[in-house]
Design a protein around this ligand. Structure first.
Ligand SMILES: *Cc1c(COP(=O)(O)O)cnc(C)c1O
Length: 362
C-alpha cells in the first residue's frame, strides 16, 4: 500500500552511516582498530569526573555550557563567547547544515570526505556536491571550481579522514579567500591534536568572518562514547547556531567530563607522542612488507593494496585473526584499509598478521 505520508526531499537519499565493527562472532580478544579510537582510553581525571557527576543527576544541566566553554577557551587561548558545544562534532555539523543550508543550497565537500557532510546536507534539504581530490589530498582548485552562487557551506577535514593527509595553512587561506562571499568554510579538526604545530585553523578564524572550526573529544581525548564536540567561529555564526541548538543538548556528565578532560593537556601530549611514535613505526613496517601509505598526520594510516580484491581479502584474513580494520570502499577507496594506531603491541600484531596474509615471514 502506498502512503501519502512521505519525508522531505533528500531524506530517502541518505544511506545509513556505518560505524566501525566492534565484534566478531566467536572471536575473543578482538583488536578493534576500525574507529580511530584512543587505545589509552580517557584520562583518569575524566573518569573521576564521571563518578563525581552522578551526585547531581537529578538536576537539569547548564544550558549555556559556560564552565566547559571557559575551560576550552583557556586551553586553546580562544574567546569563550565564540565557542559552541554539541553532542560530538557531528551535532555541530548538523547545526551548521540546519542553520545555513536548505532547499536549493549547495554543500561542498571532497571525494574522500567524511560521510557526515553529505548526510547532514541531505537531512537539511540541501544539495550535496562532491569535488575530486588530487592523489588523496584535498584539492583547493577543485573546491574553488566547484563553488557556485548556491554554495553555502564547504567542509574539509584537516587532517582528513580516511586519508590522513593534510593541506597547508597557506592553502586554507587561498581557499577561504577564493570562495564566494556567501559560503562558509568549515575546518573539521577532529584530528588536529595529532598534527604537528597545528591549531586547527583557529588563528585564521580570529581574522576572518567566513571560516569556522569543529573539534571533538572523541579522538585524542578518548571519549567517543560520551559524545562531546565543539565549534569555534565568528560570533555572528555562533549566535545563529545557538538558535537551533536544543537547550539541554549536553548532559551534566558530558559537560563535567569534557571540562576535566580539556584541563588535562598533559594526557593529550602523552597520547600525541605515543601515537606519533607508533604511527611512524607502523608506516615503516608496512612499507617494509610492500604496502604503501600516504604520510599521515592523524591517529590512523591508510594502507593501499594492489587491488580491491586484495584489500578485501586481507581485511577478511585479519578478521579471522581477531583484528578489525576499516575497509573504506564507501569512501571511494576500495583498495585501501584504514588502520587506527593502537598501542605498540597492537601495531606489532597488525603487521605480523598482514605479513602472514602476504605469505611473508617476519
Ligand atoms: C571522528 C570524526 C569526527 C568526530 O565525530 P564526533 O561526532 O565528534 O564523535 C568528525 N569528523 C571526522 C572527519 C571524524 O573522523
Amino acid at each position: 500500500m502506498t502512503s501519502a505520508i512521505s519525508p522531505k526531499n533528500g531524506i530517502l537519499e541518505i544511506k545509513l552511516y556505518e560505524g566501525g565493527k566492534s565484534h566478531l562472532a566467536g572471536v575473543e580478544n578482538v583488536l578493534k582498530l576500525s574507529s580511530n579510537e584512543n587505545p589509552f582510553g580517557p584520562s583518569d581525571r575524566a573518569k573521576e569526573a564521571v563518578a563525581r557527576s552522578t551526585h547531581e543527576l537529578h538536576r537539569y544541566p547548564s544550558t549555556d555550557h559556560l564552565a566547559l566553554r571557559q575551560a576550552i577557551a583557556q586551553a586553546h587561548g580562544l574567546p569563550a563567547d565564540q565557542i559552541i558545544c554539541g553532542a560530538g562534532s557531528d551535532e555541530i555539523i548538523t547545526f551548521l547544515c540546519q542553520a545555513y543550508a536548505g532547499m536549493g543550497d549547495e554543500v561542498l565537500y571532497t571525494e574522500h570526505g567524511f560521510l557526515m557532510y553529505r548526510i547532514s546536507a541531505l537531512a537539511a534539504g540541501a544539495t550535496p556536491v562532491e569535488v575530486a581530490e588530487n592523489g588523496r589530498m584535498v584539492d583547493v582548485d577543485a573546491l574553488l571550481a566547484g563553488a557556485t552562487a548556491c554554495t553555502k557551506l564547504v567542509f574539509i577535514a584537516n587532517p582528513a579522514n580516511p586519508t590522513g593527509t593534510m593541506i597547508s595553512l597557506d592553502e586554507i587561506v587561498r581557499l577561504a579567500d577564493g570562495l564566494p562571499k556567501q559560503a562558509l568554510l568549515v575546518l573539521d579538526g577532529a584530528y588536529a591534536e595529532y598534527a604537528n604545530d597545528y591549531d586547527g585553523g583557529a588563528a585564521l578564524i580570529g581574522e576572518r568572518s567566513n571560516v569556522f572550526m569543529t573539534r571533538t573529544f572523541s579522538k585524542i581525548y578518548g571519549l567517543g562514547g560520551l559524545r562531546i564536540g565543539w565549534g569555534y567561529g565568528p560570533k555572528a555564526i555562533i549566535d545563529v547556531l545557538n538558535r537551533v541548538r536544543g537547550p539541554f543538548n549536553l548532559s551534566s556528565t558530558q559537560q563535567e567530563v569534557a571540562e576535566a578532560a580539556v584541563r588535562d593537556q598533559e594526557f593529550v601530549d602523552k597520547c600525541r607522542l605515543d601515537t606519533t611514535r607508533n604511527r611512524v613505526w607502523l608506516a615503516e613496517a608496512l612499507a617494509d612488507i610492500g604496502i604503501p601509505s600516504d604520510p599521515s598526520s592523524a591517529n590512523f594510516i591508510l594502507a593501499r593494496f594492489e587491488s580491491d580484491d586484495q584489500a578485501e581479502a586481507c581485511d577478511k584474513f585479519l578478521q579471522s585473526n581477531g583484528i578489525l580494520l576499516r575497509h573504506v570502499a564507501n569512501y571511494k577507496l576500495p583498495h585501501c584499509l584504514r588502520i587506527t594506531i593502537g598501542d605498540e603491541s597492537s601495531c606489532r600484531r597488525v603487521i605480523h598478521a598482514i605479513a602472514q596474509f602476504k605469505g611473508l615471514r617476519l
